[in-house]
Design a protein around this ligand. Structure first.
Ligand code: TPP
Length: 441
């Protein structure tokens, strides 16, 4: 059996995928990533075609990519105090600027509190939990440019989207605790939280599902002439979905008011972005469609806000979609808390990235950068922002108490929430024998 211990280049990887009928997902779950050993014994057929051009620079399409290379794309440590993005942001009323700060703070504190609860095992929390920590400027920057009745289609990593769109922390915490007072009455957990009253079409465990959800909402808005927009969030991995290009193309064709927001955190589970993105940037795929594209520092809330504001104006004017790519970084593992500790920020020691890289990105903490900018611009004082942090922490703690005190859902309610013809189906279900009466974990 031939085994290569050398780095896998992009072509070898594609051959492996082709011969195994595999997807990038399978590769990530089997732990194969650049720099690791892999058995090449299964390789069949296929020849390198040197005439196929491959991008060799940039975060994507770089066959020489190594863990740690995300550092090359680290944004500057300070938000420029001048420039169109910062100027657009500074024009906002103080109340709104502080509200945006509060949402970033609440998002960070809520997920940090959940991380500590999961790791301490105190409340017996379980289930998948994908943290958004490190990426907060994208959600808050986008939502800052939307109206309350605009729609968002989130991802598996969507707590930050929900909080930024005005999601209720009590209901979110209760859902993580699987309590009857949760957003999904305790039957959904993290990845199904939805609040249609706020235009939140839901977090979503199906990678790449956001595109057509946002397009559907936008089509409705176009037909009814409401001027609402639909936002589709997605990651660098999800940009490999076969639905991505077709969705952008269809929206461009129909001039649908959709904003495609790529959250490029350089990590597709454990696979570097270079192996899923064939061009230099995600925002390059669709340039031929003659729609606006913005490539921004995703850890700069003002850059994200300014790009989204333009995209919203464009969409409401009937011109169609925009693609925004925000470059950012997630501080924790893909899901769960491997490498994390109670009271410590970020996950360390993960096999597919270096701690140095994580620390470098942490030094560009979007929340701290926004705080520094507000103070430097004289838009808020340290004391005011500290008070907001305190208020956000209190709201997070209150939501956890709310969740703890809430009732477990009744097993029969699960049936009521499952079928369209609820009463009849429930009766039929409960007429069966051996129905479990207690939740098992
Ligand atoms: C259709 C589909 N394929 C695969 C998965 C498994 N999966 C869950 S999250 C994920 C990675 C998504 O990566 P990316 O889009 O970069 O977002 P990130 O996790 O970095 O935010 C995968 C492959 C899934 N949930 N749905």
């Amino acid at each position: 059996m031939a085994t290569t211990t050398s780095r896998i280049d992009r072509r070898t990887l594609l051959k492996l995928m082709g011969s195994a009928g595999a997807t990038a997902t399978v590769i990530s779950t089997t732990g194969c990533s650049i720099g690791q050993s892999v058995s090449a014994s299964g390789l069949t057929g296929g020849k390198f075609d040197k005439s196929v051009p491959l991008a060799t620079e940039g975060p994507g399409g770089n066959s020489a990519w190594m863990p740690g290379d995300a550092v090359k794309f680290l944004p500057p440590s300070d938000i420029p105090t001048r420039g169109p993005a910062a100027d657009a942001m500074a024009e906002l009323p103080k109340e709104k600027l502080l509200r945006m700060y509060e949402l970033m703070s609440a998002s960070r504190k809520w997920e940090t509190a959940m991380k500590d609860l999961f790791l301490s095992a105190k409340d017996n929390l379980y289930g998948a939990f994908h943290t958004y920590i490190g990426e907060e400027a994208i959600a808050v920057g986008v939502m800052g440019a939307l109206n309350d009745d605009d729609y968002i289609a989130s991802t598996h990593r969507g707590h930050g989207h929900l909080i930024a769109k005005g999601g209720d922390l009590n209901k979110m915490s209760a859902e993580i605790f699987f309590k009857a007072t949760g957003y999904n009455k305790g039957y959904g957990g993290s990845m199904h939280i939805t609040d249609m009253s706020k235009g939140i079409m839901g977090m979503n465990g199906i990678v790449g599902a956001s595109y057509y959800m946002a397009a559907g909402a936008a089509l409705r808005a176009q037909v009814k002439g409401t001027k609402q927009v639909g936002v589709a969030f997605f990651g660098d991995g999800a940009s490999a979905s076969p639905y991505y290009f077709s969705a952008v193309r269809s929206c461009a064709n129909m001039k649908l008011p959709v904003i495609f927001v790529a959250e490029n955190n350089f990590q597709y589970m454990g696979v570097p972005m270079a192996l899923t993105v064939p061009t230099k940037y995600i925002s390059e795929y669709t340039k031929g469609l003659a729609i606006p594209h913005h490539l921004v520092d995703g850890n700069d809330v003002s850059a994200v806000y300014a790009a989204t504001r333009e995209a919203v104006e464009w969409a409401r004017a009937g011109h169609g979609p925009t693609v925004i790519e925000g470059m950012t970084y997630r501080w924790y593992d893909h899901a769960g808390f491997a490498g994390g500790r109670v009271g410590q920020d970020a996950a360390m020691g993960l096999p597919y990235r270096s701690d140095e890289e994580v620390k470098q990105w942490m030094s560009r903490d979007p929340n701290v950068r926004y705080k520094n900018w507000l103070v430097a611009k004289g838009l808020a004082s340290d004391a005011e922002l500290a008070e907001i942090d305190k208020k956000a922490q209190a709201a997070v703690e209150a939501s956890i108490e709310f969740a703890r005190k809430s009732e477990d859902p009744k097993p029969e309610d699960g049936v009521l929430n499952t079928y369209a013809n609820q009463a009849a189906e429930a009766t039929q279900f409960f007429n069966r024998k051996n129905i479990p009466t207690a939740r098992t974990t």
